[in-house]
Design a protein around this ligand. Structure first.
Ligand SMILES: NC(=O)C1=CN([C@@H]2O[C@H](COP(=O)(O)OP(=O)(O)OC[C@H]3O[C@@H](n4cnc5c(N)ncnc54)[C@H](OP(=O)(O)O)[C@@H]3O)[C@@H](O)[C@H]2O)C=CC1
Ligand SMILES: CC(=O)[C@@H](O)[C@H](O)COP(=O)(O)O
Ligand SMILES: [Mn+2]
Length: 379
């Protein structure tokens, strides 16, 4: 029996993780569930999966559900609550499915407690990749990628030697506005931005996909997960999202991982690795897919990707600030406070005011993250 805790159980990745768990009740057991504000869904999950520990974002929400929990379920709240549900549980694997750099403390705590990490929360690696990967190495803890592109690369690298890699390529759908010119982006709406062509995901990552920040975050995520220099990480437009990513080796072979756009596949792989179990996800038919398309990335059309590479190459707190400025800008856009193109304008303006600090401590990262959020909120 594999014991699992899910941080962000009520979100897109969280609910799909529980779908996978529910399809193998004899092999998986839920130890802990952490949600933000969606207490109705959390309570339904508690009834179904009977976790020993649950957490919500605030004390007020905890008070509201305290009497609705079964006697054996312990209740926590806030950042400490998430740590309790992950690191403080009996789980073997903690799935990090919250959004944003707020997932960093609970991820680090879970690593310190020796838990395997099913890593969806890419912002933690962008914010503090050197600390997360160093701690995981020190503790002998696996960081198993859930992000579809990174799961693909991880699968392609199985049994391979790093010195045989020429480069890896992350595929990008192009997002909701891939058919629009930069001029046409001026007046796009939040509703249109939230219509991803291939994937059904949470709102923040869907906006990141439209700005191409998501691919930028993923380039930095790949740098930390696979230890590759930025020159060896490429991005290619692939509108169908069927080839999830690929590796090009020095003997001119390419290894790719393909499948329908369905996150239950990489989630399940992270939970069953190194085994492969039957999946409820429909098999991909290449005959039905017919043609697959690929196109070079246009960095002028998608300047946020260029910015992400620049920050990655600078290193230190540059990526922390890139991520934090983006989180604030996306939230302002989703709240209808700014226009779509203001997202990239804000990220750029915050970065212009930042001098990167190399090899930052956790304290320096927290300080840079907070500084970037304050500046991004006031632009
Ligand atoms: N969705 C996808 O297909 C993919 C997502 N990812 C990454 O996975 C992560 C999760 O994304 P996604 O599932 O789309 O996001 P969602 O917005 O769908 O879900 C976010 C989850 O985080 C919870 N949460 C928010 N604030 C808090 C808080 N203060 N305390 C505790 N929990 C909180 C939410 O709770 P509540 O709803 O209860 O408020 C929810 O459960 C992101 O880092 C994303 O980049 C990566 C690849 C694919
Ligand atoms: C499902 C997943 O992994 C997302 O990160 C997805 O990749 C978003 O799609 P694009 O960023 O390619 O539009
Ligand atoms: Mn992805």
């Amino acid at each position: 029996m594999k014991k699992i805790s899910v941080l962000g159980s009520t979100g897109s990745i969280g609910t799909q993780t529980l779908d996978v768990v529910a399809s193998y009740p004899e092999h998986f057991q839920i130890e802990g569930l952490a949600a933000g504000n969606n207490i109705e869904l959390l309570l339904r999950q508690v009834q179904e999966f009977k976790p020993k520990k649950v957490s919500v974002s605030t004390q007020e929400l905890a008070d509201r559900i305290a009497n609705d929990l079964p006697a054996g379920t312990k209740l926590y709240y806030g950042s400490e609550g998430m740590i309790e549900v992950g690191a403080g549980s009996e789980a073997d694997t903690v799935v990090t499915a919250v959004v944003g750099s707020m997932g960093l403390p609970s991820t680090l705590a879970a690593i310190d407690a020796g838990k395997s990490i099913g890593l969806a929360n890419k912002e933690t690696l962008v914010t503090a990749g050197h600390l997360v990967t160093a701690r995981a190495r020190e503790k002998g803890v696996s960081l198993l990628p859930i992000d579809s592109e990174h799961s693909a690369i991880f699968q392609c690298l199985n049994g391979e030697r790093m010195e045989d890699i020429d480069f890896i390529t992350l595929t990008a759908s192009g997002g909701s506005f891939r058919h629009l010119s930069r001029d046409e982006l001026k007046n796009v709406t939040v509703e249109d931005a939230l219509k991803h062509p291939n994937w059904s995901m949470g709102s923040k990552i869907t906006i990141d996909s439209a700005t191409m920040v998501n691919k930028g975050l993923e380039v930095i995520e790949a740098h930390w997960l696979f230890g590759l220099p930025y020159d060896s990480i490429k991005v290619l437009l692939h509108p169908e999202s069927i080839v999830h990513s690929f590796v090009q080796f020095r003997d001119s072979s390419i290894m790719a991982q393909l499948g329908n756009p369905d996150m239950r596949v990489p989630i399940q792989y992270a939970l069953t690795y190194p085994e492969r179990w039957h999946s409820a996800s429909p098999q991909l038919s290449l005959a039905e897919a017919g043609k697959l398309h690929f196109k070079e990335m246009d960095f002028e059309r998608f300047p946020c990707l260029k910015l992400a590479y620049e920050c990655g190459r600078i290193g230190g707190t540059a990526t922390t600030v890139f991520n934090a400025a983006n989180e604030v800008a996306v939230s302002r856009f989703l709240n209808r406070g700014i226009a779509f193109l203001d997202i990239e304008r804000i990220i750029e303006a915050v970065l212009d005011q930042h001098e990167s600090i190399a090899e930052p401590s956790l304290e320096t990262i927290a300080h840079s993250d907070a500084w970037a959020r304050k500046v991004a909120a006031e632009i």
